[in-house]
Design a protein around this ligand. Structure first.
Ligand SMILES: [Zn+2]
Length: 338
């Protein structure tokens, strides 16, 4: 019998039961899908743990790179700061442009390395040049005409250094050095001619005061003559005709002094420059408006006389002295020319 669903419903009052279609199960596809799912889950877990271990394992590296980034940023800031300093540095004390001439002498140079630190790798000549260039920059910003005895790693004879200053008719002369001593001594010393000339002493004292205000490990004061022998003078304090001084900017043999030197290089440069310009005002080389007040080159008369007397007396300095190939006498103990 063949009847439609409608006929069946009319006769039996219900819809006919229909044989359910047998659902075909594709086991192969299910297994394949399961395998793929497991594989995907495995890969996800693996990826997560991989990323986690990467983060965990890189923690030090991350902080390193953070530090690197920070230092790079700091370096960037510093570079920017220095750049700003060049253009935006505003000195607190100035003179009329070119009204005075100052000679800055970076001690030693080339094969004459000066003294060294305890490792023998840091040379005085390099530090001297660094601070000299810094002083030059600040002085020029203050309106001073600056003459350098050297502005690179070259050797300049002591006599030539004095001649450069004298010929340039420099009004003031400042020689920059770093000290050394095999013992418990640190700090800054400033050496002046043993005739104790007033202007030279003022120059040394003003520079010392400014350096001390920046921060030094010890103020060893303005001293006269030569280390270990007040009866003679450092060459440059004897043969220059203008007021002069020799700054020993901390001991290369003392770690703290080296740290201070490195940290305060720019501030020390500014301090020395300020000390020099303040001296120009104090001794009346310039008037209160910063204009040149004397017509001639400033001379250190007292030092001049002292040098003449010394020449006639031919003083013999104490210590272990030798003569180098250029005929310069130097102290082998202090490794310091005089
Ligand atoms: Zn020196």
């Amino acid at each position: 019998m063949n009847m439609t669903d409608e006929e069946f419903e009319r006769i039996y009052g219900r819809k006919p039961y229909k044989k359910q279609k047998k659902v075909k199960i594709y086991w192969g596809r299910i297994i394949a899908a399961a395998v793929i799912l497991i594989l995907v889950i495995y890969l996800i877990v693996k990826a997560i743990t991989g990323v986690y271990s990467l983060i965990k394992g890189d923690k030090n590296d991350t902080s390193d790179s953070k530090a690197k980034t920070a230092s790079a940023a700091a370096a960037g800031t510093k570079a920017k700061k220095n750049k700003e300093d060049v253009s935006e540095y505003e000195p607190t004390i100035t003179v009329a442009e070119g009204s005075i001439t100052v000679c800055i002498d970076a001690g030693h140079g080339d094969y004459d390395g000066g003294t060294t630190d305890s490792t023998g790798t840091r040379f005085e000549k390099t530090d001297n040049l660094k601070i000299a260039l810094e002083v030059q920059k600040k002085l020029e910003a203050m309106g001073v005409n600056v003459v350098m005895t050297r502005d690179d790693d070259t050797f300049v004879d002591l006599g030539d250094r004095c001649e450069i200053a004298n010929d340039a008719k420099a009004d003031l002369f400042v020689s920059l050095h770093r000290n050394s001593y095999d013992g418990d001594i640190s700090g800054v010393e400033i050496w002046v001619n043993n005739a104790e000339p007033e202007y030279d002493t003022m120059l040394g004292q003003n520079i010392m005061d400014k350096l001390a205000s920046v921060g030094i490990s010890d103020n060893r004061g303005v001293q006269y003559g030569y280390v270990g022998n007040p009866g003679v003078n450092y060459y440059i304090n004897a043969d220059t005709v203008m007021p002069s001084c020799l700054v020993e900017l901390g001991f290369l043999t003392v770690e703290e002094d080296n740290r201070l030197f490195d940290e305060h290089l720019e501030d020390y440069g500014r301090a020395i420059a300020e000390g020099i310009v303040k001296t120009a005002y104090d001794i009346g080389l310039v008037d209160s408006d910063g204009n040149r007040a004397i017509s001639e080159q400033l001379l250190s008369a007292e030092k001049h006389i002292n040098r003449a007397e010394d020449d006639s007396q031919e003083p013999t300095p104490a210590g272990s002295f030798e003569t180098d190939t250029d005929g310069e006498v130097y102290n082998t103990q202090e490794n310091e020319y005089y």
